[in-house]
Design a protein around this ligand. Structure first.
Ligand SMILES: NC(=O)c1ccc[n+]([C@@H]2O[C@H](COP(=O)([O-])OP(=O)(O)OC[C@H]3O[C@@H](n4cnc5c(N)ncnc54)[C@H](OP(=O)(O)O)[C@@H]3O)[C@@H](O)[C@H]2O)c1
Length: 307
Protein backbone atom coordinates (compact mmCIF):
# COMPACT_ATOMS: atom_id res chain seq x y z
CA UNK A 1 0.00 0.00 0.00
CA UNK A 2 0.99 3.63 -0.44
CA UNK A 3 -0.64 5.31 2.54
CA UNK A 4 -1.30 8.99 3.20
CA UNK A 5 -1.12 9.32 7.00
CA UNK A 6 -2.54 12.56 8.38
CA UNK A 7 -0.96 13.32 11.78
CA UNK A 8 2.13 11.10 11.42
CA UNK A 9 4.26 13.52 13.47
CA UNK A 10 1.74 13.14 16.32
CA UNK A 11 1.35 10.34 18.85
CA UNK A 12 -1.48 8.40 17.23
CA UNK A 13 -0.64 8.94 13.56
CA UNK A 14 3.04 8.34 14.39
CA UNK A 15 2.31 4.92 15.89
CA UNK A 16 0.28 3.98 12.81
CA UNK A 17 2.87 5.34 10.36
CA UNK A 18 5.66 3.41 12.14
CA UNK A 19 3.63 0.17 12.14
CA UNK A 20 2.93 0.53 8.41
CA UNK A 21 6.50 1.49 7.47
CA UNK A 22 7.91 -1.44 9.49
CA UNK A 23 5.75 -3.69 7.30
CA UNK A 24 7.19 -2.09 4.15
CA UNK A 25 4.16 -0.02 3.20
CA UNK A 26 5.01 3.38 1.76
CA UNK A 27 3.96 6.23 4.07
CA UNK A 28 3.49 9.88 3.09
CA UNK A 29 2.56 12.56 5.56
CA UNK A 30 2.04 16.27 5.97
CA UNK A 31 3.73 18.49 8.51
CA UNK A 32 3.56 22.21 9.15
CA UNK A 33 7.00 22.12 10.77
CA UNK A 34 9.42 19.96 8.75
CA UNK A 35 12.42 21.18 10.78
CA UNK A 36 10.98 20.29 14.21
CA UNK A 37 13.05 18.05 16.47
CA UNK A 38 11.21 14.71 16.76
CA UNK A 39 11.95 10.98 16.72
CA UNK A 40 12.91 9.67 13.27
CA UNK A 41 10.31 7.77 11.27
CA UNK A 42 12.29 5.59 8.85
CA UNK A 43 10.47 4.81 5.63
CA UNK A 44 8.10 7.78 5.82
CA UNK A 45 8.19 10.73 3.44
CA UNK A 46 7.11 14.15 4.72
CA UNK A 47 5.66 16.99 2.71
CA UNK A 48 5.40 20.49 4.11
CA UNK A 49 1.80 21.65 4.23
CA UNK A 50 -1.35 22.35 6.17
CA UNK A 51 -4.64 20.46 6.36
CA UNK A 52 -6.42 23.78 5.90
CA UNK A 53 -4.91 24.28 2.42
CA UNK A 54 -6.71 22.14 -0.21
CA UNK A 55 -3.70 22.03 -2.56
CA UNK A 56 -1.42 20.75 0.24
CA UNK A 57 -3.81 17.92 1.05
CA UNK A 58 -4.13 17.04 -2.65
CA UNK A 59 -0.32 16.83 -2.91
CA UNK A 60 -0.27 14.54 0.12
CA UNK A 61 -2.80 12.16 -1.42
CA UNK A 62 -1.38 12.21 -4.97
CA UNK A 63 -0.07 8.74 -5.85
CA UNK A 64 -1.32 7.07 -2.67
CA UNK A 65 -3.72 4.12 -2.57
CA UNK A 66 -4.94 4.28 1.03
CA UNK A 67 -5.23 6.82 3.86
CA UNK A 68 -5.27 6.98 7.64
CA UNK A 69 -6.58 10.24 9.05
CA UNK A 70 -6.46 11.63 12.59
CA UNK A 71 -7.82 15.13 13.19
CA UNK A 72 -5.51 17.36 15.22
CA UNK A 73 -6.33 18.95 18.59
CA UNK A 74 -8.83 21.34 17.01
CA UNK A 75 -12.40 21.65 18.27
CA UNK A 76 -13.60 24.53 16.12
CA UNK A 77 -16.44 23.25 13.96
CA UNK A 78 -15.62 25.30 10.86
CA UNK A 79 -11.96 24.35 10.87
CA UNK A 80 -12.64 20.65 11.40
CA UNK A 81 -15.25 20.68 8.64
CA UNK A 82 -12.80 22.40 6.26
CA UNK A 83 -10.07 19.83 7.12
CA UNK A 84 -12.49 16.96 6.50
CA UNK A 85 -13.66 18.44 3.18
CA UNK A 86 -10.07 18.91 2.03
CA UNK A 87 -9.29 15.30 2.93
CA UNK A 88 -12.43 13.98 1.19
CA UNK A 89 -11.75 15.95 -2.01
CA UNK A 90 -8.09 14.88 -2.08
CA UNK A 91 -9.02 11.23 -1.50
CA UNK A 92 -11.60 11.31 -4.30
CA UNK A 93 -9.12 12.99 -6.66
CA UNK A 94 -6.45 10.39 -5.86
CA UNK A 95 -8.90 7.47 -6.19
CA UNK A 96 -8.16 6.32 -2.62
CA UNK A 97 -9.34 2.73 -2.36
CA UNK A 98 -9.89 2.94 1.40
CA UNK A 99 -9.70 5.72 3.97
CA UNK A 100 -9.58 4.84 7.66
CA UNK A 101 -10.72 7.70 9.87
CA UNK A 102 -9.63 7.73 13.51
CA UNK A 103 -12.28 9.79 15.28
CA UNK A 104 -9.94 9.87 18.36
CA UNK A 105 -12.82 9.15 20.71
CA UNK A 106 -15.98 7.15 21.19
CA UNK A 107 -19.16 9.00 20.20
CA UNK A 108 -22.43 9.04 22.16
CA UNK A 109 -25.41 7.83 20.13
CA UNK A 110 -27.30 11.12 20.10
CA UNK A 111 -26.11 14.71 19.76
CA UNK A 112 -24.45 16.44 22.73
CA UNK A 113 -23.09 19.91 23.40
CA UNK A 114 -19.53 18.51 23.64
CA UNK A 115 -17.29 19.85 20.85
CA UNK A 116 -14.84 16.93 21.17
CA UNK A 117 -17.66 14.59 20.16
CA UNK A 118 -19.61 16.74 17.73
CA UNK A 119 -16.65 17.95 15.65
CA UNK A 120 -15.57 14.33 15.15
CA UNK A 121 -19.16 13.31 14.31
CA UNK A 122 -19.18 16.13 11.75
CA UNK A 123 -15.88 14.99 10.22
CA UNK A 124 -17.19 11.43 9.96
CA UNK A 125 -20.32 12.71 8.22
CA UNK A 126 -18.36 14.82 5.72
CA UNK A 127 -16.14 11.87 4.84
CA UNK A 128 -19.05 9.42 4.62
CA UNK A 129 -21.20 11.77 2.50
CA UNK A 130 -18.30 12.34 0.08
CA UNK A 131 -18.54 8.74 -1.08
CA UNK A 132 -14.91 7.88 -0.34
CA UNK A 133 -14.61 4.18 0.73
CA UNK A 134 -14.54 4.66 4.51
CA UNK A 135 -13.85 2.68 7.68
CA UNK A 136 -14.17 4.51 11.01
CA UNK A 137 -12.28 3.62 14.19
CA UNK A 138 -13.54 5.06 17.47
CA UNK A 139 -11.01 4.45 20.24
CA UNK A 140 -11.71 5.11 23.95
CA UNK A 141 -8.73 6.60 25.87
CA UNK A 142 -5.08 5.72 25.49
CA UNK A 143 -2.83 3.99 28.00
CA UNK A 144 0.01 6.03 26.51
CA UNK A 145 -1.58 9.18 28.02
CA UNK A 146 -0.55 7.72 31.39
CA UNK A 147 3.12 7.29 30.45
CA UNK A 148 3.57 11.01 30.78
CA UNK A 149 4.93 13.71 33.11
CA UNK A 150 1.41 14.04 34.61
CA UNK A 151 1.01 10.43 35.69
CA UNK A 152 4.46 8.83 35.52
CA UNK A 153 6.03 10.33 38.68
CA UNK A 154 2.94 9.78 40.91
CA UNK A 155 2.62 6.20 39.65
CA UNK A 156 6.25 5.30 40.22
CA UNK A 157 6.92 7.25 43.43
CA UNK A 158 3.55 7.10 45.19
CA UNK A 159 1.56 4.33 43.50
CA UNK A 160 -1.21 6.80 42.57
CA UNK A 161 -3.07 6.71 39.26
CA UNK A 162 -5.00 9.99 39.12
CA UNK A 163 -7.38 10.37 36.18
CA UNK A 164 -10.54 12.35 35.36
CA UNK A 165 -12.65 9.32 34.34
CA UNK A 166 -15.10 8.21 37.04
CA UNK A 167 -13.81 5.20 38.97
CA UNK A 168 -16.91 3.23 38.05
CA UNK A 169 -16.79 3.96 34.28
CA UNK A 170 -15.64 0.70 32.74
CA UNK A 171 -13.08 1.66 30.08
CA UNK A 172 -11.38 -0.44 27.40
CA UNK A 173 -8.02 1.37 27.65
CA UNK A 174 -6.12 1.02 24.37
CA UNK A 175 -2.43 1.52 23.55
CA UNK A 176 -1.17 3.45 20.52
CA UNK A 177 0.25 0.11 19.42
CA UNK A 178 -3.25 -1.38 19.65
CA UNK A 179 -4.56 1.50 17.54
CA UNK A 180 -1.84 0.85 14.94
CA UNK A 181 -2.74 -2.84 14.72
CA UNK A 182 -6.43 -2.02 14.34
CA UNK A 183 -5.58 0.61 11.70
CA UNK A 184 -3.56 -1.85 9.60
CA UNK A 185 -6.42 -4.36 9.77
CA UNK A 186 -8.98 -1.67 8.90
CA UNK A 187 -6.88 -0.68 5.89
CA UNK A 188 -6.36 -4.18 4.57
CA UNK A 189 -9.14 -6.60 5.58
CA UNK A 190 -11.80 -7.25 2.97
CA UNK A 191 -15.40 -6.06 3.04
CA UNK A 192 -15.11 -3.43 5.78
CA UNK A 193 -16.19 -0.35 3.79
CA UNK A 194 -18.94 1.58 5.51
CA UNK A 195 -18.28 0.03 8.93
CA UNK A 196 -17.58 1.79 12.23
CA UNK A 197 -15.66 0.05 15.01
CA UNK A 198 -15.61 0.90 18.73
CA UNK A 199 -12.07 -0.37 19.11
CA UNK A 200 -10.46 -0.84 22.54
CA UNK A 201 -8.19 -2.89 24.75
CA UNK A 202 -8.68 -6.54 25.64
CA UNK A 203 -11.38 -5.76 28.26
CA UNK A 204 -13.05 -2.86 30.02
CA UNK A 205 -11.78 -1.99 33.50
CA UNK A 206 -13.04 0.19 36.35
CA UNK A 207 -10.53 2.65 37.80
CA UNK A 208 -9.77 0.21 40.62
CA UNK A 209 -9.19 -2.65 38.17
CA UNK A 210 -6.97 -0.44 36.02
CA UNK A 211 -4.90 0.49 39.09
CA UNK A 212 -4.62 -3.20 40.01
CA UNK A 213 -3.38 -4.02 36.48
CA UNK A 214 -0.82 -1.19 36.78
CA UNK A 215 0.18 -2.62 40.15
CA UNK A 216 0.85 -6.03 38.59
CA UNK A 217 2.82 -4.45 35.73
CA UNK A 218 4.85 -2.18 38.02
CA UNK A 219 5.29 -4.70 40.83
CA UNK A 220 3.87 -2.34 43.49
CA UNK A 221 0.54 -1.33 44.98
CA UNK A 222 -1.31 1.27 42.91
CA UNK A 223 -4.58 3.02 43.81
CA UNK A 224 -6.96 4.91 41.51
CA UNK A 225 -7.74 8.52 42.36
CA UNK A 226 -10.67 10.16 40.59
CA UNK A 227 -9.55 13.59 39.43
CA UNK A 228 -12.11 16.41 39.21
CA UNK A 229 -12.43 17.19 35.45
CA UNK A 230 -12.32 20.93 36.29
CA UNK A 231 -8.94 20.47 37.99
CA UNK A 232 -7.74 18.38 35.02
CA UNK A 233 -8.91 21.11 32.63
CA UNK A 234 -7.10 23.86 34.57
CA UNK A 235 -3.85 21.86 34.47
CA UNK A 236 -4.23 21.18 30.75
CA UNK A 237 -5.01 24.86 30.05
CA UNK A 238 -1.56 25.83 31.34
CA UNK A 239 -0.08 23.55 28.67
CA UNK A 240 -2.44 23.82 25.70
CA UNK A 241 -4.35 27.05 26.34
CA UNK A 242 -7.92 27.36 27.63
CA UNK A 243 -9.76 26.64 24.35
CA UNK A 244 -7.99 23.35 23.55
CA UNK A 245 -8.09 22.30 27.22
CA UNK A 246 -11.86 22.91 27.29
CA UNK A 247 -12.17 20.81 24.12
CA UNK A 248 -10.29 17.84 25.59
CA UNK A 249 -11.88 18.16 29.05
CA UNK A 250 -15.38 18.22 27.52
CA UNK A 251 -15.15 14.43 27.20
CA UNK A 252 -14.36 14.06 30.92
CA UNK A 253 -17.08 16.47 32.06
CA UNK A 254 -19.51 14.41 29.98
CA UNK A 255 -18.29 11.14 31.49
CA UNK A 256 -18.53 12.64 35.01
CA UNK A 257 -22.16 13.56 34.32
CA UNK A 258 -22.99 9.84 34.17
CA UNK A 259 -25.01 10.36 30.96
CA UNK A 260 -23.40 7.39 29.21
CA UNK A 261 -21.35 5.32 31.68
CA UNK A 262 -20.49 2.60 29.13
CA UNK A 263 -19.31 4.98 26.38
CA UNK A 264 -15.64 3.96 26.83
CA UNK A 265 -16.35 0.27 27.51
CA UNK A 266 -15.62 -2.79 25.34
CA UNK A 267 -17.86 -3.86 22.45
CA UNK A 268 -18.06 -7.53 23.52
CA UNK A 269 -15.03 -8.36 21.38
CA UNK A 270 -16.81 -7.55 18.08
CA UNK A 271 -14.12 -5.17 16.72
CA UNK A 272 -11.23 -7.42 17.72
CA UNK A 273 -12.88 -10.40 16.08
CA UNK A 274 -13.78 -8.66 12.80
CA UNK A 275 -10.41 -6.88 12.60
CA UNK A 276 -8.52 -9.99 13.70
CA UNK A 277 -6.54 -8.18 16.41
CA UNK A 278 -5.62 -9.24 19.94
CA UNK A 279 -4.83 -6.19 22.07
CA UNK A 280 -2.31 -6.90 24.84
CA UNK A 281 -3.59 -6.89 28.45
CA UNK A 282 -2.90 -3.67 30.37
CA UNK A 283 -0.36 -5.26 32.75
CA UNK A 284 1.68 -6.46 29.75
CA UNK A 285 1.72 -2.95 28.26
CA UNK A 286 2.74 -1.50 31.65
CA UNK A 287 5.51 -4.07 32.16
CA UNK A 288 7.07 -3.14 28.80
CA UNK A 289 7.46 0.61 29.56
CA UNK A 290 10.63 2.13 31.11
CA UNK A 291 8.80 3.68 34.10
CA UNK A 292 12.08 4.39 35.91
CA UNK A 293 12.43 7.54 33.76
CA UNK A 294 9.68 9.08 35.93
CA UNK A 295 11.20 8.08 39.24
CA UNK A 296 12.40 10.98 41.42
CA UNK A 297 15.66 9.02 41.82
CA UNK A 298 16.15 9.23 38.03
CA UNK A 299 16.19 13.04 38.25
CA UNK A 300 19.05 12.98 40.73
CA UNK A 301 21.87 10.87 39.33
CA UNK A 302 23.88 11.20 42.58
CA UNK A 303 20.94 10.31 44.88
CA UNK A 304 22.46 6.89 45.59
CA UNK A 305 25.75 8.43 46.72
CA UNK A 306 24.03 10.63 49.30
CA UNK A 307 22.10 7.78 50.92
N1 LIG B 1 -8.63 9.38 23.09
C1 LIG B 1 -7.54 9.79 23.70
O1 LIG B 1 -7.10 9.26 24.74
C2 LIG B 1 -6.75 10.90 23.10
C3 LIG B 1 -5.50 11.20 23.64
C4 LIG B 1 -4.73 12.21 23.06
C5 LIG B 1 -5.27 12.92 22.00
N2 LIG B 1 -6.51 12.62 21.53
C6 LIG B 1 -7.08 13.32 20.41
O2 LIG B 1 -6.27 13.04 19.27
C7 LIG B 1 -6.05 14.19 18.49
C8 LIG B 1 -4.56 14.49 18.39
O3 LIG B 1 -3.85 13.32 18.30
P1 LIG B 1 -2.34 13.16 18.79
O4 LIG B 1 -2.27 13.02 20.25
O5 LIG B 1 -1.74 12.12 17.93
O6 LIG B 1 -1.85 14.62 18.42
P2 LIG B 1 -0.49 15.32 18.48
O7 LIG B 1 0.56 14.39 19.00
O8 LIG B 1 -0.75 16.62 19.15
O9 LIG B 1 -0.22 15.56 16.92
C9 LIG B 1 -1.05 16.29 16.11
C10 LIG B 1 -0.75 15.92 14.67
O10 LIG B 1 -1.59 16.66 13.79
C11 LIG B 1 -0.77 17.39 12.87
N3 LIG B 1 -1.43 18.66 12.58
C12 LIG B 1 -1.98 19.49 13.47
N4 LIG B 1 -2.53 20.55 12.82
C13 LIG B 1 -2.29 20.34 11.51
C14 LIG B 1 -2.59 21.07 10.33
N5 LIG B 1 -3.25 22.23 10.36
N6 LIG B 1 -2.18 20.58 9.14
C15 LIG B 1 -1.49 19.40 9.08
N7 LIG B 1 -1.18 18.66 10.15
C16 LIG B 1 -1.58 19.13 11.35
C17 LIG B 1 0.55 17.58 13.54
O11 LIG B 1 1.53 17.79 12.57
P3 LIG B 1 2.67 18.94 12.64
O12 LIG B 1 2.66 19.52 14.02
O13 LIG B 1 3.92 18.20 12.29
O14 LIG B 1 2.27 19.91 11.58
C18 LIG B 1 0.67 16.23 14.24
O15 LIG B 1 1.11 15.25 13.34
C19 LIG B 1 -6.87 15.23 19.13
O16 LIG B 1 -8.11 15.27 18.48
C20 LIG B 1 -7.06 14.76 20.56
O17 LIG B 1 -8.24 15.19 21.18
C21 LIG B 1 -7.25 11.61 22.04
Amino acid sequence: MRVAVVGATGFQGGAVARHLAERHHRVRSLTRRPEADRPPLPGAFFLTGDLGVPGDVRRLFAGTTHAFVTMPLVYDEERVEAYARNVAEAALAAGTSRLVFNSNTRLPLGPTDVAAFETRRLAERVLRDSGVPLVVLRPPVYLDNLFSPWNGPALVDEGVLAHPLPESARTAWLSHRGLAEAALAALTREDLEGRTFDIGGDRALTGGELAAAFGRGLGRTVRYEELDPAVFERGLARLLGPATAAGVAGIYHYMASGADPLLMADDDGVSSEVLGVEPAPVEEWVARRPWQVWSSDAEEPDAGLRR
